[in-house]
Design a binder for this molecule. Structure first.
Ligand SMILES: NC(=O)c1ccc[n+]([C@@H]2O[C@H](COP(=O)([O-])OP(=O)(O)OC[C@H]3O[C@@H](n4cnc5c(N)ncnc54)[C@H](O)[C@@H]3O)[C@@H](O)[C@H]2O)c1
Length: 378
C-alpha cells in the first residue's frame, strides 16, 4: 500500500490529522461542476473558495457545494484566501493572466483546456510556474481511465509491434444556435475553430499514445457554418516514431463520434466514444496469425475506471499530497497546442510544417488566426 493510500484510508476517514489541501475554482460555469464533484470525492482536498463574475451563478454553485469563500474576481479571491490549488474553469482567453496571478499568490494551478490561445501565452504560463516553483497541470481528460493507460503501456512496451498508421476523428455536431452566443464563431472570442475547441481532445489522446509529432500537412475548411473560423479541418500528421495519422475535426456531423485508432504490426487498437471512454469502448483486433496466448496477454484490466475529471483531479492531488512531480496525465501542455498550431500554420502556408517552422514563426507563436478555405455555395 502506498503512503497515499495509507493516509487516505486512515480510520479518521479523512487525512490522518493532516489538514486537507485548500482548493479554489475560478469560473463556476459548466465544466466547474466536474471539478467540484471530483474534489468532493477526495478527503485530501477541500473546496474553500470560488470566484465568478456573475453573482447568481457564483452563489448557486457555492451553495450547491457548500463553499464558504465567494468572490466576484479571482484577484479578490487570491487576496483574501490562502489556497494551495487554483482550478481555472474560465474561458480560455483569461487563462494566461489568471495563471500568472495564481503563481504570484503562491498557489499551484490546474487549468482547463485549451490551456492558452497561443504557444507564447503557454510558454509564459510555464515560465511563471517554473519561477514560482509551483505545478502547472492541465486538463486533457481523454488521457485518463484505466483502458487508456493500458493501451499506452502496450504501445510503449512494443507488445503490439511497431505502430504504423493512425486515425483521429472528432466528428461532432454544433448547429447555428451554438454559434448564436456573441463570443462564439469569432477569432477574437474563441481563438480558434473546431480544431482548437473540440478536435484538440482527440489530438491530445493520440499524441499521449504516440509521442512527439514531426510534421503536419493540413487544410481548414468552412463548409457550412456562418463563422469566421473553420467548421472542418483535415490533417495528416507524421509522428517522430514514423506513424502516419489522418486527423479530422468537424462540427457538421449529425452522427457524432470520437475515434482514435492505431494500426500496429500485431494488432489494431481503437477507441470509439463521444465525450468520455471506458473499457468497453476500446477494442484490440489481432493481425492474422497472432496466437491466442498473445491476444490474452493484451487483456484490459478487469477493474475499469472510465476517463474523466475524477481520475485527473485525483492524479493532481496525489502529486501535491506526496510532493512528487505531476504525472504525464496532466503535463505536456505544449504538445496538443503545438499540433493545433501546426494545423493552422500549415493550412495558411499551404505546405507541411515542422517544429522548426513553428519555432521561427512569430505569427503563429502569438495567435492562431489562420486562412480558411470557404467552400460554401454562393
Ligand atoms: N475538459 C472538458 O471536457 C471541458 C468541457 C467544457 C469546457 N471546457 C473548458 O473549460 C473552460 C470553461 O468552459 P465552460 O463551458 O465551463 O464555460 P462557461 O461559460 O459555462 O463558464 C465560464 C464561467 O467563467 C465565468 N467568468 C468569466 N470571466 C470571469 C472572470 N474574470 N473571473 C471569474 N469568472 C469568470 C463566467 O461567468 C462563467 O460562469 C473553457 O476553457 C472550456 O474550453 C472543458
Amino acid at each position: 500500500m502506498s503512503s497515499t493510500e495509507e493516509t487516505r484510508t486512515a480510520d479518521t476517514g479523512t487525512t490522518a490529522g493532516r489538514p486537507p489541501l485548500r482548493a479554489a475554482i475560478v469560473g463556476t460555469g459548466a465544466v466547474a461542476h466536474l471539478h467540484a464533484q471530483a474534489i468532493a470525492e477526495d478527503p485530501r482536498v477541500e473546496l474553500v473558495a470560488v470566484s465568478n463574475r456573475g453573482e447568481s451563478r457564483r452563489t448557486e454553485f457555492a451553495d450547491r457545494y457548500d463553499v464558504p469563500g465567494r468572490y466576484a474576481t479571482h484577484t479578490d479571491l487570491l487576496a483574501a484566501e490562502h489556497v494551495d490549488l487554483v482550478v481555472l474553469c474560465t474561458p480560455p482567453d483569461l487563462h494566461r493572466q489568471q495563471t500568472l496571478d495564481a503563481y504570484a499568490a503562491g498557489a499551484h494551478v490546474l487549468c482547463e483546456k485549451p490551456p492558452a490561445l497561443s504557444l507564447a501565452e503557454l510558454d509564459a504560463m510555464q515560465a511563471a510556474a517554473d519561477a514560482a516553483g509551483r505545478a502547472f497541470a492541465i486538463v486533457f481528460q481523454q488521457r485518463t481511465g484505466t483502458a487508456a493507460a493500458h493501451v499506452r503501456h502496450l504501445l510503449d512496451s512494443g507488445a503490439l509491434g511497431r505502430p504504423l498508421l493512425a486515425q483521429c476523428q472528432t466528428l461532432w455536431h454544433r448547429g447555428d444556435d451554438y454559434y448564436g452566443v456573441d463570443w462564439r464563431g469569432t477569432w477574437d472570442g474563441e481563438g480558434g475553430g473546431t480544431t482548437l475547441g473540440h478536435g484538440i481532445h482527440q489530438l491530445d489522446l493520440l499524441a499521449h499514445l504516440l509521442g512527439d509529432w514531426a510534421e503536419v500537412d493540413a487544410r481548414l475548411w468552412r463548409v457550412a457554418r456562418d463563422i469566421e473560423m473553420e467548421d472542418v479541418s483535415t490533417a495528416v500528421v507524421r509522428f517522430a516514431n514514423g506513424v502516419v495519422a489522418q486527423a479530422v475535426s468537424s462540427v457538421l456531423s449529425p452522427r457524432q463520434t470520437s475515434v482514435v485508432r492505431v494500426d500496429c504490426e500485431r494488432a489494431t487498437v481503437e477507441v470509439e466514444h463521444l465525450y468520455g471512454h471506458a473499457g468497453p469502448d476500446w477494442r484490440i483486433t489481432p493481425a492474422p496469425g497472432v496466437g491466442e496466448d498473445e491476444v490474452a496477454s493484451w487483456a484490459f484490466p478487469a477493474d475499469d475506471e472510465p476517463s474523466g475529471h475524477t481520475p485527473l483531479v485525483r492524479a493532481v492531488v496525489d502529486a501535491l499530497w506526496d510532493g512528487t512531480p505531476m504525472p504525464d496525465l496532466v503535463t505536456h501542455a505544449r504538445r496538443p497546442l503545438e499540433l493545433v498550431t501546426a494545423i493552422y500554420a500549415s493550412a495558411t502556408y499551404g505546405r507541411p510544417v515542422t517544429h522548426a517552422d513553428l519555432d521561427d514563426d512569430e505569427r503563429f507563436r502569438t495567435s492562431l488566426v489562420a486562412d480558411v478555405t470557404d467552400v460554401r455555395p454562393a
